[in-house]
Write a protein that binds this ligand. Sequence first.
Ligand code: PLP
Length: 377
Amino acid sequence: MVYLDYAANTPVDKSVLDLYYDVTLKYFANPNSIHKLGQEAKKLIDDCTKEIAHNLNVLPEEIIYTSGATEANNLALKGICRRYKNFGKHIILSSLEHNSLIASASIMQEEGFEVELLPISKEGLVEISTLEKMLRPDTILVSICTVDSEIGLVQPIEEIAKLLKKYPHTYFHTDATGAIGKVNVNYQDVDLITIAPHKFYGINGVGILVKKKDVSLKPLIDGGRSTTVFRSGTPVLANIVSANKALDIALKKQEERYRHVLELNQKIIAHLSKYKKVHINNTSKSIPFTINFSVKGVKSIELAKMLEAKDIYVSTKTSCCPPETPSKLIYALTQDKSLASTSIRVSLSHLTTMAEIDEFLKVFDECYRKLENDGKI
Ligand code: PLP
């Protein structure tokens, strides 16, 4: 078995899971209870939140725990729109955003907001001059992912944040789900940041929304104080403790993991590029963790299934979209419908070995030959 879908989900790190298990057994009291057991649980949450905040270079009171990145994105987008609607009803999203943002924006449209999609350059980047032209006095939110989920393009977050600083009523949200543990970005001037530990070997079911202290939000889930008034519900201590551990490991090991993955990436790209019918959809702005390519004329799902039959697991695009539809992200980048309906995402990890890559490339060669023999390419 060769798993090459780490952008969709990563296996939990054993030490993170062990900690989750131990903490769940030991600290069962409600952290909001006033007795000693509750207060011990609360102290552990507070200590972990401080460490997470330190690692992210933000303040502990700026951390909001959610159930994942989808909830964090919903909270950021809907929360800002509903809180600041009196300042304006115009929002801008890049054309590379995850469905959780696109869908939240559609809901806001139903509530009277105007949503505009920001195009990207040939290299796949948001252009500051284009964004500047689209900004209006009533623009209250700009949401641009740090790294998208299909092509792995790293956006110029610091430059965008610098521009938006000049617009005091325009808040800036970035979905950093695909960035943590992979690239270093200075989020100092970003108002809201989405993070999901299950993308960096943490557990599923927890997310973080960083909301800077001078920014407000309308909560999605009401019900009184939790760790913050912006998201109610009994705090899940084990989620928080394990998120802290996963984040710490991901940041400490970032450089060494990046180097390993870069080597794997170079081997794959060099091999696939030999084929005339293969088009690499990545640009020079992509991270090495995410490889995206199309075999011209072969529907994504067909090739993915052929690989799966040989125990190789890749994806056609981000896992929340129906597999048979063309990739919106590849279309946004290439403006080419055939590339968008034939794209394959191979996503790598420090856990991926060179032997696994050799196996993948061997199987890919066999599939390619079969497609040729069958007259499909
Ligand atoms: N944002 C991006 C960029 C993602 O890749 C994903 C998951 O694939 C999400 C958001 C949603 O994450 P979650 O599954 O934690 O809700």
